[in-house]
Design a protein around this ligand. Structure first.
Ligand SMILES: Cc1cc2nc3c(=O)[nH]c(=O)nc-3n(C[C@H](O)[C@H](O)[C@H](O)COP(=O)(O)OP(=O)(O)OC[C@H]3O[C@@H](n4cnc5c(N)ncnc54)[C@H](O)[C@@H]3O)c2cc1C
Length: 386
């Protein structure tokens, strides 16, 4: 076991992913950002090297190597390209509902294809009027014979237009609040399904973010995920487990920016010496590295908790803490990295400009910074009362 608490086998796999990221993904990162095109070549690379399998159990066609190692892989890829890291994070987000609540048949039909990367997936909870307050959603699902008929729209859905399977949340009982929400597996070739808009964005430019419209869309009753009315609880359980994937991405960006700024500062000279020898720059680098290490401590602890079977309540708090701290670290560290590079930090010739733009989303999706603070404060208040 190393100081980072990884086993020799885990370190070996980290090395393999790190090499792949440096040699195959890093050279593509600026182009993916500039073109705003979804990088299917990166998906193909993951398929070839079995990287999607890191997110799945052996029985479902994955490697069964656990949550911690999956987080480490996402961190390594995100050090060089946030869009590419997000592909793995969303494969986890979009498949967790199936893993947690799918029937034997549903799992057998989909999980092996998700584990190989043959099919990409997506998680469709947010609507134009309901983001943080997701229970205020307006999409409805009405039972009609052997099907449910879905009507409504979803907004800001990652992998819109590239996913082959969507986990969609809709109200089966619009008057029942949280208890009226159910989850469905939806294939995009279902009549009535349409991607109506793709968003140009500040960062993660190669990832698609889109609006979905469902118009009298008939979904077989067998695609209901879990029981009717259990969708909201499932949505929250999914987020508890997927948020650390987002945190791993944020940490990867922060560490990538720290490493890059350090190398730059060692060779950039002003007033007769490398800028690392100016104490104001040295202090920045020390703080950047320290925040990354602290963020990693929270993140890896979460991975070990999942692998050791920690209860849901503990995961909620630990996952929210990892996400809150890692995303804040990414924003803070990349701002400092731009500063260390001076004018070169602000132009597209150097990657810190891109990392700075990419960082902001981690404060927003899968629960904003404020929502993580609410989740943590509620968890500690409940623990103090017990
Ligand atoms: C690039 C991108 C990708 C995304 N991918 C997905 C996806 O794949 N699937 C999906 O379902 N969604 C996705 N989202 C949606 C994302 O999760 C929401 O945007 C996010 O949860 C915030 O919701 P909102 O935008 O409606 O903001 P709002 O909920 O309107 O929040 C606005 C502000 O108010 C604050 N706020 C809200 N409620 C409270 C409160 N109770 N206390 C204190 N402050 C509060 C928020 O923190 C925020 O600062 C994505 C969004 C983006 C931008």
């Amino acid at each position: 076991m190393g100081w980072d608490s990884l086993t020799p086998e885990q370190r070996e796999l980290r090395e393999l992913v790190r090499t792949l990221a440096r040699e195959r993904i890093a050279p593509r990162a600026a182009e993916i950002d500039a073109s705003h095109e979804f990088p299917w070549d990166v998906v193909e690379l993951y398929r070839e090297h079995g990287l999607f399998g890191l997110l799945f159990a052996e029985a479902d066609g994955g490697t069964g190597t656990g949550s911690l190692l999956a987080l480490v892989a996402i961190e390594e890829i995100s050090k060089v390209c946030a869009t590419s890291g997000l592909i793995l994070t969303v494969q986890e987000l979009g498949s967790l509902g199936l893993k947690l609540a799918g029937s034997v048949e549903q799992k057998a039909r989909w999980l092996p294809r998700l584990a190989s990367g043959e099919v990409l997936c997506a998680y469709a909870l947010t609507e134009a009027g309901s983001g943080s307050d997701s229970a205020a959603m307006r999409t409805t699902a009405r039972r009609d014979g052997d099907a449910y008929v879905l009507d409504g729209t979803k907004r800001f859905i990652t992998n819109a237009g590239v996913a082959g399977l969507y986990t969609v949340f809709a109200k089966t009982d619009p008057d029942a609040g949280h208890a009226g929400i159910s989850a469905f597996l939806v294939e995009p070739d279902t009549p009535g399904f349409e991607v109506t808009r793709l968003e140009p964005k500040l960062g993660i430019a190669g990832s698609t973010t889109g609006e979905l419209a469902f118009d009298e869309m008939r979904v077989p009753a067998g695609n209901l995920l879990g029981a009717e009315g259990e969708g909201f609880r499932l949505a929250m359980r999914v987020l508890d487990r997927s948020r650390p994937g987002v945190a791993a991405q944020a940490l990867g960006i922060a560490q990538g920016a720290t490493d890059y700024a350090l190398e730059y500062a060692r060779t950039r000279e002003t007033m007769g010496k490398p800028i690392t020898e100016h104490q104001l720059i040295a202090a920045k680098l020390a703080d950047m590295e320290t925040r990354c290490e602290a963020a990693r401590g929270l993140l890896y602890r979460f991975g070990r908790m999942v692998d050791e079977g920690a209860p849901d309540g503990e995961l909620t708090k630990a996952g929210a803490m990892a996400k809150l701290f890692c995303s804040d670290t990414a924003m803070w560290v990349t701002t400092e990295a731009v500063q260390i590079l001076g004018g070169y930090g602000y132009v597209k010739e150097y990657p810190v400009e891109r990392w700075h733009r990419d960082s902001k989303i981690y404060d927003i999706f899968e629960g904003t910074e404020q929502i993580q603070q609410l989740v943590i404060s509620r968890a500690i208040t409940a623990l103090r009362v017990e």
